[in-house]
Design a protein around this ligand. Sequence first.
Ligand SMILES: Cc1ncc(COP(=O)(O)O)c(C=O)c1O
Length: 458
Amino acid sequence: MRDESTERDAGGDCEGEIPLVGTEVPGPRARAWVERLAASECPALTARRKRRSELTGTDHDPIVWTSAQGAIVRDVDDNRYIDLTAGFGVAMLGHSHPSVLSAIERQSRRLVHALGDVFPSDRKVELEERLSAIAPWPNAKVILGLSGADGVEAALKSAVLASKRAGVIAFEGGYHGLAHGPLAACGYSARFREPFAAQLNPDVTFVPYPAMGAVDACAKAREGVVRALERGTVGALLLEPVLGRGGVTVGDGDAISEIVRIARRAGVVVIADEIYTGCFRCADAFCASSVLWSEPADVVVLGKALGGGLPVSACLLRDEVARAWGDPGGEAIHTSTFLGNPLSCAAALAVLDELSREGVRGQIRRQSELFWSDVIAPLRDDPRCRTTGAGGVGLLVGLGLEGGLARVLAVMRALLERGYIVLPGGARGDQLAFTPPAVLTEAQRAHARETLRAVLRA
Ligand SMILES: Cc1ncc(COP(=O)(O)O)c(C=O)c1O
């Protein structure tokens, strides 16, 4: 039903800002699209929805998006939602940010495709210069990619060249994408690795994630790293400053700094996967080096928010690590057809322009504070909401729920029916994960809090 009362309740001047759901969810048009999807899409995704439906007793067919602006997403049934995921963290500045759109539009009239590593576009050169300038070391070098997994793959390749060792230390709960390089280091779920195990790097050691204040896990992580290094085959240490998909968990700055020092003394290349946490989602350009750890990494990977919605990632390399690529001689040994796509580069430049403005950074910081104080804290502190606590940094927030995955999925569904897009978080799926865009209005935060409260108390 169209929920006009809630729109009125949230104030008369916010028409268009808050959800409006006028059909069942998914609506009839979405159902027709999903039927077509099921006929052409790999069945793994349809099977997952079926499993979720069996677990919760409710439908888990998706809605089908048609347009989005700011925090608002519209679907094929003309329903209006608030996207508290910012499209997997991509729309940090809001969906369809005007500066990103005009950069894409301008670029689309000039050049939409160039010749990657052979004949680059001017936009690619500009983007690499900009990224090199913001990297946490002087004279940094850049390898662009199209997805986060591409960026991590480039980081792992750089590490093997620089260290001459193929072994990797990764962390339980860590998620780095599903191309073969990052998949081998996927501590989020063994189930993701198992079907492809024969194709993956066999020399990966998983150690517990050193979560902030988790003394035992920090000690075990340190021991695990020391033991793995004894083998003499480890060339890369790959970690997220804050676990994202693995259940929003903030890393312990002191423990990680120590691990980084130990690894570096053993000649290991330290890779910070900032695909989720970077681009100011977690309070700064790079969450690891400027917010959490005293030891900067040797390689930092950005993705998601970097392109403002267009696919682009960046592997930033300390100069010494980059030099290990040496002179490739004949053909480039790491490239792709769409490397440095001009449209993606133009969009990323627009995002970096926005993020360089103090006003925008202030808005992001303020949004983080208000999202915690107006939405998360009241829910966490309400015993009737049956939460198990909240954690995160900046605009990367997890709210644990009693009742585990089944309740999280049911809550997610109930929220969708009331016009809120939220995802489950954590390997056990016992969190609601929030990565909202930095553009939520006061009315949207208030409406989100009241809706979440009503659903969680039910
Ligand atoms: C920390 C982290 N690294 C890597 C990835 C993979 O990025 P992509 O899905 O763009 O390949 C993700 C995606 O969620 C991520 O959260």
